[in-house]
Design a protein around this ligand. Structure first.
Ligand code: NDP
Length: 251
């Protein structure tokens, strides 16, 4: 039921952090993994790790904020693997500034990477999933899909948008047997949060004290939920958002 054997998955930001944790989990369950990212050295390392563990993976360089780059990337993945059965929209970025300090360029950079890219990938890949009458799309939100964030307002706006976009696609595409869901990670140790822990240790301590599970998550903590949402075990689950957060969001 959780088997991903021969299923092709495309994971944006699959070359590090949460995306890599999901990529490793998918490969362990038999998926052929297309790792999408910009940093070639990270891509190579993530690809090698899966291959060394006996899995199948290939990386594709892409700027998810560029429509042309996304279109080319999807063609390359289809040429290589012949299909895309599972899409994970995981690539993301943030800018730590108060709302009144955000420039138009700051706003656009975060929105394009975190939200517009989700639309680019989903709307293009939808066409092939519709033809097959089958597909799984997993969008990575955040605790900021639920909570406001005084120091990350555009990040929060983009991640709130990810959840609303997820629900909308789930309704629109249910008749084609395409399930669209989102995962809301809690506080996870990755490159994205390294700076926060280093530069704002008191704030980071406060976060830890607020996590009922008593610890930050690690990238592999996200894999199980992603495997569920990518497999036939979740064929009647669509439009939902699942926090994976050690109970942070219900406290
Ligand atoms: P990382 O910084 O480790 O990973 C971010 C990934 O996104 C990298 O693989 C990066 O690839 C990719 N990426 C960013 N911009 C682009 C772009 N323009 N084109 C292609 N790839 C891009 O952080 P996380 O693993 O933590 O973040 C993954 C997702 O999880 C993000 O959406 C983030 O918002 C979300 N999240 C993270 C949480 C956490 O606590 N860590 C909590 C909640 C949500 P490259 O290096 O090649 O550019």
């Amino acid at each position: 039921m959780f088997d991903l054997k021969d299923k092709v998955s495309l994971i944006t930001g699959g070359n590090g952090g949460i995306g890599e944790g999901i990529a490793n989990g998918f490969a362990d369950f038999g998926s052929r993994v297309a790792i999408v990212g910009r940093d070639e050295a990270k891509c190579k390392k993530a690809q090698e790790k899966i291959i060394n563990n006996g899995g199948e993976a290939k990386y594709f360089l892409c700027d998810v904020a560029s429509y042309e780059s996304v279109k080319d990337c999807i063609s390359e993945v289809n040429n290589e693997f012949g299909s895309i059965d599972i899409l994970v929209n995981n690539a993301g970025t943030t800018i730590r500034k108060a709302p009144h300090d955000l420039s138009p360029a700051d706003w656009k950079a975060v929105m394009d990477t975190n939200l517009t890219s989700v639309h680019y990938f989903s709307s293009i890949i939808f066409n092939q999933m519709k033809k097959k009458k089958s597909g799984k799309i997993i969008n990575i939100g955040s605790m900021m899909s639920i909570f406001g964030a005084a120091h990350a307002p555009v990040y929060a706006a983009s991640k709130g948008g990810v959840v609303q976009y997820t629900k909308s696609c789930a309704i629109a595409w249910a008749e084609f047997n395409i399930q669209v869901n989102s995962i809301l990670p809690g506080y996870i140790t990755t490159n994205m949060t390294d700076g926060f822990r280093k530069n704002f240790p008191e704030d980071a301590k406060l976060v830890t004290s607020r996590i009922p599970a008593g610890r930050w998550g690690v990238p592999s903590d996200l894999a199980g939920t992603a495997i569920f949402l990518a497999s036939s075990a979740s064929d009647y689950v669509t439009g939902t958002f699942i926090p994976v957060d050690g109970a942070y969001s219900i406290r």
